[in-house]
Design a protein around this ligand. Structure first.
Ligand SMILES: Cc1cc2nc3c(=O)[nH]c(=O)nc-3n(C[C@H](O)[C@H](O)[C@H](O)COP(=O)(O)OP(=O)(O)OC[C@H]3O[C@@H](n4cnc5c(N)ncnc54)[C@H](O)[C@@H]3O)c2cc1C
Length: 415
């Protein structure tokens, strides 16, 4: 059976390990951290087949420019003279079209539904416990403008076979009997779900180790030794390793390794923040996106996690408390009874979403190499698409027919 090395122990890397291990491969995961933090841990945990419209869409750039003028807004591009950022921005702009949205909807839907099916299977098998809940998602809105946009999104979703219901403020309140909700209305996606991401990651690590997967934490991959169109050795700061196949699942940092193979992978880190209120006396029942604020609220057992902000900031990991204040200020607009205090900086989690410029993931082989696969670029949906990604990568590595057409995810699509 094949010996596979997976670089990166985020949700993409671990689900790849999961399906390859199930297929009988000898799997090693190499992770530079300790597998207790990173983008796959403190996120909002939403499993969202409803998200079929990519971030690169008409109107997004104009909205982004408006948001840039406020220090507490949910979107920001850190201005800097950086050729990678300029290239990424130009590609984002090029793809913010109706034609791109139309092309992306069926592929995002298919990978999302594949992933959700796999999550359901996993929850049923009960090999790992990750807090799986199928309660749907509420897209809460307050303004007339947002109501119009959401009606359109609901029509698009229903047209693509994803159920969406437009609800009045009263109907939303009826779904949330324990907490006051002050909104004009919402779109309810009953097919969405949520998990506790920190628990998913911890359980995956535990399960994989028990199944014999080698997980080398505190190992940084520094180089890839290549010969005759193959990666022969993966060089880490603690020795080198040989594999039949290598998977690059290093999130926002993937370009560092693909560059060594001569492949430019347009990518920006989309920094976001979260903080979690433990032991809520009264909690919401259904995860929600507070639309105008672009902030999220996810119930996780008795806790409630708020998340938000997308700062296009390369791989800068600093915490900007003004953006966090923006999230805090939006909460009582939607949930007037919740008086949430500003968290201390050390209570704020931050993560870098690996954002491709067209809003589609990179899943596929690296050109010119017979034994390297890339799995990254999932932006705001990496957890949602984790099992689907792992399954598709395992099929590529094993030379099996793919569960869906992955052409739209080709890493080389930007040339
Ligand atoms: C605030 C916020 C909220 C979010 N909410 C949701 C949500 O509700 N639903 C959803 O689906 N998604 C959500 N996301 C997005 C999701 O978290 C990401 O898309 C996903 O975690 C990316 O997973 P990944 O495995 O590709 O990358 P990562 O989790 O970043 O993993 C990559 C790993 O590679 C390691 N690495 C990098 N370079 C090297 C190297 N040279 N050697 C060894 N290891 C290396 C890194 O340490 C890291 O652990 C959210 C993100 C944020 C920030």
């Amino acid at each position: 059976m094949k010996k596979v090395g997976i670089v990166g122990g985020g949700v993409s890397g671990l689900f790849t390990a999961f399906y390859l291990c199930k297929a009988g491969c000898e799997v090693t995961v190499i992770e530079r951290g300790q597998l207790d933090d990173g983008c796959s841990f403190g996120n909002a945990g939403m499993i969202v087949p409803s998200h079929i419209i990519p971030l690169a869409q008409p109107g997004m750039i104009a909205r982004g420019i408006k948001w840039m003028l406020s220090s507490t807004s949910p979107f920001y591009v850190k201005p800097r003279l950086d050729w990678e950022l300029v290239k990424w921005g130009a590609l984002f702009w090029k793809h913010s079209t109706d034609a791109h949205v139309k092309r992306s909807i069926p592929v995002l839907r298919d990978i999302s539904l594949l992933s959700k099916d796999l999550y359901q299977e996993l929850a049923m098998q009960a090999e790992i416990d990750f807090g799986w809940q199928e309660k749907g998602l509420l897209m809460l809105f307050k303004s007339e403008q947002a109501a119009l946009e959401m009606q359109h999104e609901a029509d698009v979703a229903n047209g693509a076979g994803i159920e969406a219901q437009v609800l009045s403020g009263k109907e939303v309140q009826a779904l949330e009997p324990d907490v006051e909700v002050d909104v004009r209305g919402a779109v309810y996606y009953p097919g969405d779900a949520h998990i506790v991401p920190n628990q998913l990651m911890k359980e995956l690590v535990r399960y994989l180790r028990r199944q014999g997967v080698k997980i080398l934490d505190n190992h940084t991959v520094q180089d890839l030794e290549v010969r005759n169109g193959k990666v022969e050795s993966v060089i880490t700061d603690s020795g080198s390793y040989q594999f039949d196949e290598v998977v690059i699942a290093t999130g926002a940092w993937a370009p560092v390794l693909t560059r060594k193979l001569g492949m430019a992978l347009p990518m920006q880190g989309g920094k976001g923040y979260s903080f979690t209120l433990p032991r809520m006396a009264k909690n919401i029942k259904i995860p929600a996106i507070m639309l105008e604020a672009r902030a999220t609220a996810t119930p996780m057992d008795s806790s409630l996690r708020f998340a938000g902000t997308l700062e296009v900031a390369g791989t800068d990991m600093s915490v900007n408390m003004n953006r966090v204040r923006g999230i805090v200020q939006s909460i009582s607009n939607y949930y007037p009874g919740m008086k949430v205090a500003m968290p201390q900086a050390e209570e704020v989690w931050r993560g870098l979403r690996p954002c491709s410029p067209d809003g589609l993931p990179y899943i596929g082989r690296v050109d010119g190499y017979t034994n390297v696969v890339v799995a990254t670029g999932h932006g705001m949906m990496g957890v949602s698409l984790g099992p689907g990604t792992g399954k598709l990568v395992s099929e590529l590595v094993l030379g099996q027919p793919a569960s869906m057409d992955c052409q739209a995810f080709e890493p080389r699509r930007f040339g």
